[in-house]
Structure formats: structure tokens, C-alpha cells
Ligand binder design. Sequence first.
Ligand SMILES: Cc1cc2nc3c(=O)[nH]c(=O)nc-3n(C[C@H](O)[C@H](O)[C@H](O)COP(=O)(O)OP(=O)(O)OC[C@H]3O[C@@H](n4cnc5c(N)ncnc54)[C@H](O)[C@@H]3O)c2cc1C
Length: 446
Amino acid sequence: MQARLGSLWPPLLILLYLGVICLPLLLSWGAAMAPRSFRNDIASGLGLLAFAMILAEFVLSGRFRSGSGGLGLDITIRFHQLMARTALAFAVLHPFMYRWLPGPHRPWDPTRQLTLTTDFSELVTGILAFLLLPGFVILSMKHDDLDYRYEIWRLVHGLGALLIAGLLLHHALNAGRYSADPVMVWMWGAMTAVAGFSLFAVYCLKPAYQVMHRWRVAAIDRLTPHQWAVTITPDGHSGVPYKAGQFVWLNIGHVPFSLAENPFSISSAPSGGPDLSFLIKEAGDFTSQLDQIEAGEKAYIDGPHGTLTVAGRHEPGIALIAGGVGVAPLLGILRECHLTDDPRQRVLVYGNRTEDQIVCREETEAFARSGKTRVIHVLREPGADWRGQRGVVDADLIERVFDQSQFETWLFVLCGPPKMMTSVEELLTSKGVAAPRILSERFQYD
Ligand SMILES: Cc1cc2nc3c(=O)[nH]c(=O)nc-3n(C[C@H](O)[C@H](O)[C@H](O)COP(=O)(O)OP(=O)(O)OC[C@H]3O[C@@H](n4cnc5c(N)ncnc54)[C@H](O)[C@@H]3O)c2cc1C
């Protein structure tokens, strides 16, 4: 029953999304105003759609489990990005589609059937939003190439989106023909309030909850030259329920309201107790300063999030395919399978550049010795005495490791660098692995 509800959730969310963004169009249509040229109605429709889509972006940020929990963070963020670009295209077209009959309101045209406003005070906010929006979207697409801290980008992204939504609200209510209708005024007010509240929830309510559910660093160890194991323990509470493979936003050493939090997969197993462990690779500001963190330091989490989990699945086998630190959530899954004596067969394919980058080798090899788990190490730069696979984890390697019956029946769980993910996903699709049997998570979004 729960699985059936789970599979209904994504189509329901998509229907809900379509309902929300089409609501302004439906209400405008229902307002039964005097008809006007088709072209001008298309122009207004594009504006209405763009504004509704921009407001919906606030709740598609991946920070709400009701959304990303059903679709997965990967899909939610990709959808967020795609819809932002689509909304931008609609917004850019919106003013150019109108056939102008400019000038002030004429007494003989009270519903603006024939004229469009040229009142600067009504248009100025629309013009400002029109100028800001392309820059905002391009900045978001390129933020990884720019040389400033991720937290700064997050702040600019949130405040910029709020500013643009405010400008668009003013423009819609003052210059819009359909949006002047009282029902539409209420609808835009409610939608903008939900958008604003979603930021308030992420940046105020969640941190306030975190203050009351604090954690502490229990252990921090360097496992390889650039990878660390961090374990946190609940401080005065019983921890959080989670499924192996999920992730949390983790904040160590900063107050919860500071924006300094990063997503990390949980590499421990729920059956192992309430402590949460993470495998963290040095990448930037926070992760390169792990050596300064000490046991006992305060930590806060937002989560668990994510759908990279095999709980409740009934496939006879699980293929766990990892590149580098992408092994973190898969370790959590393997550990849980081991602790619960899970009857499913599993194969871990784990790629690294060099042998000293392999983490938890003894533990995974102990899993292999106890049956049911096979571990295949792949090295791009192996030493002369390396006996495992050579090369990279790609379509060729996966095709050699798994047979057709496994492609037809097993669950495939992927986490690693984008190139590996794309190559393996394409192979799996070409081998007829149905989309619901491929679970993947990306640590970085282009
Ligand atoms: C779902 C998910 C699970 C992840 N799990 C792991 C893991 O188990 N182990 C691991 O080592 N890494 C994991 N990562 C990647 C990890 O979040 C980044 O490497 C880390 O945040 C870098 O932070 P920094 O401050 O050191 O570097 P920065 O220089 O601040 O960031 C480097 C890059 O990391 C990404 N990043 C930073 N902060 C965030 C944020 N708050 N939200 C989203 N992306 C961010 C951005 O792409 C940024 O450009 C995961 C990422 C995601 C999205």
C-alpha cells in the first residue's frame, strides 16, 4: 500500500504543479472579460505563466521533503533549473508579443480591451524585473564558475528571487488587465505569501527547530589524504529516523541561522544506532577545514532528505555503482543490508583514481567474505601489483560486470562523478533497465 502511494506521489506532484501554474490562466479565462486580440491574450498569458512559475520555484528549491522526497533531489533541482529557464523565456517574450495601442486609460475602454497602459509608475517594476531576471538566471547557471563563497550565492539567490517576485507582484497588480480582477489579486497575494513563507521556513523555522535538536561531533578521522569520516551524536534527544542512503544538510561549528550548511550523504546505517556518520571529501571552504573540527563541537542537521534508498524495494539484487566519494550513501546501504541480514544479492563497483583513495576497504571486504556481497574495485592509475579492475567505471565496465538477467531484474543505485553517471545511465537505459530501477544522486549540479 505504502509502495503504491509512493509511486503515485510523483505524478500527483506534477499534476499539482501544473494546476498551480495554470491557475492564473484559468481564473483569467473565467473572469469573462470583453474579448480582445488573440495576440494580446497570448502576451498576457505568457506573463501570467511566467510569474506563476517564478513563484513556484521557491518551493522547488529541494529543501522540502514533501517535494524532493517524492521526486528525489536530483530531479527536483533539474526541474527547478528547467522551469526557471522556461519562465525566463516566457517573461522575455511577454512584452514583445503585445500589439500596442498605447496611452492612458480611455473612458470607452474600461477593461483595457483595446489599450495597454503606458503609465510609467505601473510599468517600472515590470521593466526592472525584466532587466534583473536574465542576469539572475545566468548568475545561477554560472555560480560555480564565479569566485565567491557558496553561502554568498545562496543568500543572493534567495534575496534576489524575493526581490524579483515583489517587483512582479506590483507589476501584475498595477499593469495587468486580468490580474486587476479581485479574485486574481487574492490569488497572487496568496501565491506570493507561500513563496515568501517557504524562504522563512528554510532560513528561520528550520534553524529554530535545529536549536532544539542539537548534535555534537563524536569522532572525526582522516581516512585517506583528502577524505574524512565524521560522526555526530544526538545531544539530548533520540536522533532522527532515516533510511540508508539518504542525506542531510550538515552545519558544524556555526549557529543554525548562519547559512553555513552543506549536503552530505549519511554513510552509517539506521540499524547501527542513532549516530550519523559521513564520508567527506575536501572540496572547498568547509570541507578543507575539517582538520580544525574537534570532537564535542556543536552540529546541526536539516533532514533526512533524498530518495537514494533501497528500503521497501523487492528486486532480487542491488548493483551499487560508485565513483570516489559517491560511495558514501552506498556504504550506508551496504552497512544496513549487512546489519539486517538482507537476503538480496549485492555488487559494489567502486572506482577511484589511486589505491590510497579507497575508503573502508577492510569493512567492505569483510562484507564480501560473509557472502551476498561482491566488491569490485576499479583504479584509473593502479600500481604495478594491482590485481583489481583497471580503468574507469563506465558503460564498458558495467556491461562486463553484469549479465542480462541482472539488467532485467536488479535495482541499480548510482552515485559518482557526472561523466560516470551519464555513461552508466545511458548503458542501463540501452539494456532495458526500466527508469524506476535506476536510482541516482548527483553531488553537483551543472
Ligand atoms: C545530495 C548531496 C549529497 C552529497 N553528499 C556528499 C558526501 O557524502 N560526501 C562529500 O564529500 N560530498 C557530498 N556532497 C557534495 C558536498 O555537498 C560539497 O562537496 C560540499 O558542500 C562542498 O562544500 P565546501 O564548503 O567545502 O565547498 P564550497 O567551495 O563552498 O563548495 C564547492 C561546491 O560544492 C557545492 N555546494 C557547496 N555548498 C552546497 C550547498 N549548501 N548545497 C548544495 N551544494 C553545495 C557547490 O556545487 C559548490 O560549488 C553532496 C552533495 C549533494 C548535493
